[in-house]
Design a protein around this ligand. Sequence first.
Ligand code: ADP
Ligand code: MG
Length: 613
Amino acid sequence: MDSHQFQADVRQILHLVTHSIYSDREVFLRELISNASDALDAARFEGLQRDDLLSVEDPGIRISVDAEAGTITISDDGIGLTAEQATENLGTIAQSGTKALAAAIKERGEDASSMIGQFGVGFYASFMVADKVVVTSRSGLPEAEAIEWTSDGGEGYTLVSAERETRGTDIVLHLREDSAEFLDADKIQEIIKKHSEFVSWPVSMDGEQVNEQAALWTRDPREVTEEEYSAFYKHISGDWNEPLVTLHVRAEAPLQYQAILFVPARRPWELDRLDFKVGLKLYQKRIKILDHADALLPRFLRFVTGVVDSPDVDLNVSREILQQTAVVATIKKQLTSRVLKKLRDLTRDEDGGAEKYNAFWGEMGHLLKEGIHEEEGSKKLLTGLLRYPTTASGGDLRSLVELKESMVEGQDTIWYLTDVDKDRIASKPVLEGFKQRDWEVMLMTDPVDEWVVMSIKDFEEVPLKSAAHGELPETDEEDLSEDEQKARTEATPLATWMGEMLSGDVEEVRLSSRLTDSPSVLVNKEGAMGANMENILKAANQQVMQDKRVLEINPEHPMVRTLARLNSDGSPGLEPFARLLLDHAQIAEGRVADPAGFAGRLQALMEKAASSM
Ligand code: ADP
Ligand code: MG
């Protein structure tokens, strides 16, 4: 008898499966049928590549219940397992799967059981209902011998040679006492209908086929119900939520293909992983060619799942070659715009569509932002899908259309501010003048946003500009009060003097049109790199040629007024106090270039204030 220890990760999974997740146990059957179906796909695919594979007539999946023996058997005519494959695939798992399942259980508790298949550990769901599992399998490879794998779901398993006439696998579950409910054939049939309706191989019980098996995508969209789409989505994605968007395409000429695509409402957990694989499947006349067809949609739409079936793709095509074929390029282009238009339609849907879209944007918006930068062809549609909070939205999201509509007289620009400080961005001094003029400013706090605005220079002929760059258009002379005009005139020589004094630190010192309350602010030269971008490049170890910034001073602020007066009187010793205006602007941004110098200047100011009290 050949006994083997499970790898530590498997033991952990088994522990989780038998102790922590106990609801929804019926999903064990879905997982085993899904594996059987995968094995059948693999056999068909392998059979196309080589002609010495053991063949079977009418391959399918058979399920039987033996109430007396207390067992359920799931048999398939799939590719089977060699002894080596059994050791590899039923005794070890990718480390990531264990971690992800443990995390999901922590987050969702028992409900995580329905997710088990997503983590590449579906087989172990057998032990939710069985205290002994026997796998008898014969690989379709010509030289392979049959094996028998047995485990009680504890520390390990045994692996011995066995007998099996044809290729495929039988999995016998010896049900636990508390799982006797699954010994009812009607109940099993019901579970198959519920979870495995769309398996593309016949699933039968007592010689009768239980599942529908007609490929949904080949049917007329007008005849497919919402429930069918929803069930199909759950089947192929493993997600238990409803999809956000469903798209069913049947293209005839010049290119023939059918597709059902889904946009998930929630962020798939594995999306951020380096080894993430897209959930889009490629079929050729209902034969599955690829499980993860990443050439059919751009990378920024990698959250889209579904199937694409086209007679025009080559059966033996590899993933790499697929990228380069003209057929695929055309399908990709068409599907991309169809998906984006579906999302746009959702935003316009009066029946809560905008809220649904905004929630989606919160979870997956940054992927769409990638697209703006990468896919020139999709830019227009993607620009319409952008959403940001603004200075006037009270935290709600606004589109560029809405920003354009909210423009007031005299405003000829859509303004934005990029700053990763989510909590403070709305109260930045640079925004004072915009609020005063009632100009709504988009608040962009995601580091990639600077790439976004680099790619979209304007929206429907209105330019987009950074609120922290360049000079804000001055209010017309005649709109200024006499006092305001006087303040500007008096502060002009101060700005010139300060510009010379601070020439090592800033590009220029000028009078500000964008401040109401603060004495000073730092802004960027028109066209200079934004602070986020600078941080990104620095983090990537890139040499950053930093443009010097511009110090704007507020001529009406008491401190500036006083300095202006003292300066025109020719008072000596003003330098430290003028320099405090630069310190102030830096502190408002959360950084001080010269802390010791600043402390000295502040101290001098306090002494002066104290002596005149
Ligand atoms: P996943 O299906 O995500 O790979 P599972 O835990 O469900 O993870 O299955 C683990 C592996 O066991 C499969 O990848 C496959 O190699 C093997 N396996 C399971 N069931 C079968 C089967 N019926 N026929 C052949 N191989 C199987
Ligand atoms: Mg599986």
